[in-house]
Write a protein that binds this ligand. Structure first.
Ligand code: ATP
Length: 516
């Protein structure tokens, strides 16, 4: 199936099965804002727990906070967001559509990369096991010519971004003959800067009101609480502060479902280190975060690092962890070496010392910061796109059937166990209800008695329930039940008394945390 079709199906599936709804749908929705449904919220909470436990539970030098969304407006002046949190925007005069100029160029670069990949794949098929990819990339004239194009364009693009040269950005678009994907024309406006922060007013009268911002990142809430936490928690450097919370960005182009939203959630951790040790910690956190992603078992080939060619105003190094979404490799998480920029800025703007007294060195300094920043919603999209499968099943009569299944890791699945009486009589529903009543204190269970057992299994497959148990007449005789596994569809008989232990073991987050 084409990846585009797959993505459309995934979006429809999320809606049909109570994972994600467009916001304000009865009023035709609100652009790039989404609501999570009954299963979506469970998956989202489980993702957040995986992140929180891996940070706060597993590291005795990382603690969490929950700071307010509204903050003093000077914070955003100090952080540089009022002046520099901009995206370069460009309009196509024919389609009247708006784009990010940098994204248009990045997509053009990705197309040239695609050409190289196709060339390599064709050669791999032709040469079979004798194929030497490295040599091919170094010698094939078409690959080399495209690589030169990429390198030259990258150098020019990076310089334009770093110089904030908007005229040059437009010129790159023109020189590379980049067309609007909607109108197909090159009738572009000039590029201009657009600030992504939402603002509102605090105070009861218009004259007395203060302009405040909806935070575009959770990190500043951590920076301004750095000393509160360090002192009250008696934290010694190196240490980290973690936070999960909403962030808001007035994105120029918000598409691709929950990939780019105007209201979203971030999981950020700022790790405070001795100046000079930042390169080493940057490397450590890069590796740790990649391990966290790959532990989910979605295939290491679906992840890669992408180093930034343009560094944000506060960073001396930055990389993204990208995941292969149905629409290509895209960022899920950023790891940034933020230097001492933020703390120093707050020190200057607030007039308060933002320094740490190092008892071992006997001196005070402003720590450097390594940040790991991941979007909950993008992580949700990663999990759900990796888990979505349409399987063709052969039936006994020779015909085929399609099964849609969400192969979610068990510890992330919204419902862990569905309990089903085979028939709605002979005391079977009562046994099933009692099982749900007993187990609901340990994990999320669902009672399901409607429709044939086959249809009930399919319904659970579609929401990703890893285990179903069926109560039948044999249960009345020997207290055994059938457990059916979502991925293999295998069934086995187990004793009712063992059920809690069997499922608890399988859905416990401990298993994955131990891999980290
Ligand atoms: P992009 O280049 O995609 O705009 P960014 O580099 O601006 O992202 P960061 O500022 O590094 O993103 O934010 C950290 C993380 O927050 C991102 O890796 C992403 O997972 C998430 N994130 C950022 N913007 C959005 C958004 N508009 N919608 C959903 N998640 C987002």
């Amino acid at each position: 199936m084409a990846q585009e079709d797959l993505f459309k199906k995934l979006v429809a599936h999320c809606k049909e099965y109570g994972y994600v709804f467009p916001s304000s749908e009865i009023y035709d929705g609100l652009s790039a804002v989404y609501d999570y449904g009954q299963y979506g919220v469970e998956l989202k909470n489980n993702i957040k727990k995986y992140w929180w436990d891996s940070m706060v539970l597993l590291n005795d030098n990382i603690v969490g906070i929950d700071s307010a969304i509204f903050m003093h407006p000077t914070i955003w002046k100090a952080s540089g967001h009022v002046d520099a949190f901009n995206d370069p925007l460009i309009d196509n005069k024919d389609s009247k559509k708006r784009y990010r100029a940098d994204v248009l160029i990045e997509e053009h670069l990705a197309k040239i990369e695609d050409k190289i990949t196709k060339e390599v794949e064709k050669a791999r098929e032709r040469f079979g096991t004798a194929f030497d990819e490295k040599k091919f990339r170094e010698t094939n004239p078409r690959v080399l010519a495209n690589q030169v194009k990429i390198d030259e364009l990258n150098a020019r693009f990076s310089k334009a971004l770093n110089d904030s040269n908007l005229v040059e950005l437009k010129q790159i678009i023109i020189d590379n003959e980049i067309v609007d994907p909607v109108s197909g024309t090159r009738n572009w406006t000039d590029v201009r800067q657009f600030n992504l922060m939402f603002s509102t007013e605090m105070g009861s009268t218009a004259e007395g009101a203060n302009k405040i911002y909806l935070r575009p990142e959770t990190a500043q809430g951590i920076f301004v609480n750095f000393l509160n936490v360090q002192k009250t928690g008696r934290m010694k450097i190196p240490f980290g502060i973690a936070q999960i919370g909403k962030a808001f960005r007035n994105e120029i182009v918000a598409r691709q479902f929950i990939f780019r939203m105007r209201e979203f959630e971030q999981m950020e951790m700022q790790f405070f280190v001795q100046p000079g040790s930042d390169p080493e910690w940057f490397k450590i956190w890069k590796e740790k975060r990649m391990k966290w992603h790959q532990a989910l078992g979605f295939g290491s080939e679906n992840y890669r690092f992408h180093d930034h060619i343009k560094l944000a105003h506060y960073a001396n190094a930055a990389t993204d962890i990208e995941f292969k979404f149905p629409f290509g490799f895209k960022e899920v998480e950023g790891i940034h070496s933020r230097t001492d920029y933020d703390l120093k800025q707050h020190q200057q703007y607030s007039g308060k010392k933002m320094q740490y007294f190092d008892p071992e060195k006997g001196e005070s300094y402003v720590p450097f910061v390594i940040e790991t920043s991941i979007g909950v919603d993008r992580m949700f999209l990663q999990v759900i796109s990796a888990a979505y499968f349409e399987e063709i099943l052969k039936k006994e009569d020779g015909t085929t059937d399609t099964r849609v299944v969400l192969r979610l890791p068990s510890f992330l699945a919204p419902v862990k166990l569905a309990v089903m009486p085979l028939v709605k009589k002979d005391g079977l529903p009562e046994i099933a209800e009692k099982i749900v009543h007993d187990l609901k204190f340990d994990f999320n269970c669902q009672y399901d008695e409607k429709d044939s057992i086959g249809r009930r299994y399919r319904r659970q497959d579609a929401i990703g329930t890893p285990y179903c148990i069926t109560i039948d007449h044999q249960t009345l005789d020997d207290q055994s039940v059938t457990i059916r596994y979502r991925d293999s569809m295998k069934q086995e008989r187990v004793q009712l008394s063992q059920l809690k232990d069997i499922i608890s073991e399988k859905v416990n987050i401990r298993t994955i945390l131990k891999l980290l």
